[in-house]
Design a binder for this molecule. Structure first.
Ligand code: UD1
Ligand code: MG
Length: 503
């Protein structure tokens, strides 16, 4: 019980629609680095130890709840519904029941501020505690404060209140210090204060910012803490979404480079939150790393490659423009350029997959090679087997998928068609250009193509026969002009059509 006094709780406001996104999707569901916008403030509050974190949802509330729960399994999250968006004070009030019994400080954040850093949240929590104030708010000083609530201070520079842009006088609009929308309030003060907030303002909304004036009049006042604009900027439209994504990607690149990852061009680094990268990995420009991708030490990821939920072991080389989805690649394998690994592909140690080779649900054994132009689907291919250029596993019979099994040390000649289900034994050879439908025993050579026949002297004989059969050359046609429309009828060279035309 004594502990719960000091415990921190948090409220994240995420009920708004986000009109300026011009989207069917609620703003906080738009993603940066594979996470919905609202994930960021929620995650930062959790990192600070906030328990619980109450997310106020409204627009597409169920989808927001589902997305956050899935991305933060086991986290102390609660959800409160604000059915109608009547303003930020009304939104915070919607979280009251979810915080019944909580007596400590309450951090309040917006769901659309993905750039907030944990240290910034801590500074606001500390500012309230240090000033023994009922409320602390983060402020930032902007050259272009348009759209934000302005912080009005008295002659002793104490924060008096926040005036929203739409309610501000010309003089107040010139104030460059603005409300960042990040607060820490004492729970008792918060609920008592919110009960008194009205909607007599330009927007007919219940403003959370009215609490600042109430705090200013209370003992301890309304504490403020200046925070960098880059940290508290909100996302309201798609341009701001893209810019925020860039800022987060830069931060991630910096942290990774400090941890020993080589990123050749950090300005073109694109990596989801859930990706893990070991030291001594090299990432070339234009790579996209998505989902739960894991990169082992020493791996090199070539330019333009896209990896989604890929597990890449140590010292793997992924040459440029390779696309990998839900596949695992063992140590020392070499992929690409232009390979495509589809779900369920398992590439063995030091195996090679070359250009224009597509694999799906296929296991390629240790040291096996498929270097050029192949489709390998539903196949198990043994260690050291060589799959020649143009080999196709015909895994689909129009109804179901069938398996191709190839043993170890086998050799599949170029342009072979393997009609599944089919098994090819250890060490077997398949002649180039074969179409195989039956099993090949270990050590056998399979030829599945028409036998070649050569016809000696055929070309010259063919040419002579052609010359003899050709009709005698006809004399060149007369100079009568074009028998088309507009040509005079009498000028028609060959009678027929133009005569009829003239008639
Ligand atoms: C708010 C502040 C303003 C501050 C700015 C910082 C108020 C009245 N004004 O303005 O002083 O400078 O943030 O970005 O608080 N929300 C709900 N339910 C509602 C209304 C809003 O959940 O009924 C959510 C929104 O989804 C959003 C957040 O609260 O995540 C902020 O609301 P928004 O309408 O963007 O407030 P601003 O006008 O930006
Ligand atoms: Mg806003």
């Amino acid at each position: 019980m004594t502990n719960s006094r000091a415990r921190l709780a948090a409220i994240v406001l995420a009920a708004g629609k986000g009109t300026r996104m011009k989207s069917q999707k609620a703003k906080v569901l738009h993603e940066i680095a594979g996470r919905p916008l609202a994930w960021y403030p929620v995650k930062r509050a959790l990192e600070l130890g906030a328990d619980p974190v109450v997310v106020v949802v409204g627009h597409q509330g169920q989808a927001v709840e589902a997305a956050l729960t899935a991305a933060l399994p086991g986290a102390p999250l609660r959800f409160a519904v604000q059915a109608e968006q009547l303003g930020t004070a009304h939104a915070v009030l919607a979280a009251k029941d979810a915080l019944a019994g909580h007596a400590g400080p309450v951090l309040i954040l917006s769901g659309d501020t993905p750039l907030l850093e944990t240290a910034t949240l801590q500074a606001v929590v500390d500012a309230r505690a240090d000033a023994k104030a009922p409320l602390a708010l983060a402020t930032m000083t902007l050259d272009a404060p348009t759209g934000y609530g302005r912080v009005v201070r008295d002659r002793r520079r104490r924060a008096q209140r926040v005036v929203e842009e739409k309610d501000a006088s010309a003089k107040q609009r010139a104030i460059r210090e603005v409300n960042a929308g990040l607060y820490c309030a004492d729970a008792a003060f918060l609920w008592k204060g919110l009960a008194k907030v009205g909607a007599k303002n330009a927007q007919r909304e219940f403003y959370l910012t009215d609490l600042v004036a109430m705090g200013a009049k209370a003992k301890g006042g309304a504490a403020t803490v200046g925070v960098p604009a880059a940290s508290a900027a909100g996302v309201n439209d798609r341009a701001e979404l893209a810019r925020a994504a860039r800022v987060l990607a830069d931060r991630r690149a910096d942290a990774l480079m400090k941890a020993g990852v080589s990123i050749e061009d950090p300005a073109r680094f694109d990596c989801d939150e859930g990706v893990e990268i070991a030291a001594d990995v090299t990432i070339e420009p234009g790579v996209r790393l998505r989902g739960r991708t894991r990169l082992g030490a020493g791996a090199v990821i070539g330019a333009g490659s896209i990896l989604v939920d890929a597990t890449i072991a140590e010292d793997v080389t992924v040459k440029p423009y390779t696309v990998i989805e839900d596949a695992t690649v063992a140590r020392g394998a070499i992929l690409g350029p232009f390979s495509r690994l589809r779900p369920g592909s398992e590439i063995g140690e030091e195996a090679h997959v070359g250009n224009f080779v597509e694999t799906k649900k296929t296991r390629l054994g240790q040291g096996a090679k498929a270097n050029h132009l192949s489709y390998l689907g539903d196949a198990v291919i043994g260690a050291r087997t060589n799959v020649g250029a143009g080999t196709i596993t015909c895994n689909y019979d129009g109804e179901k998928k069938n398996e191709t099994r190839i043993g170890e040390d086998a050799f599949i000649g170029s342009d072979s068609i393997l009609v599944a289900p089919i098994a090819i034994g250890d060490g077997a050879y398949v002649a180039a250009g074969s179409t195989l439908t039956d099993a090949v025993p270990a050590g056998a050579l399979a030829l599945g193509r028409a036998r070649q026949t050569n016809k000696e002297g055929w070309v010259a004989a063919h040419a002579a026969a052609r010359a003899a059969a050709a009709p005698a050359p006809t004399p060149a046609a007369g100079t009568g002009g074009t028998p088309g429309a507009g040509a005079p009828a009498e000028a028609g060279g060959v009678g027929g059509p133009s005569t009829r035309q003239a008639g």
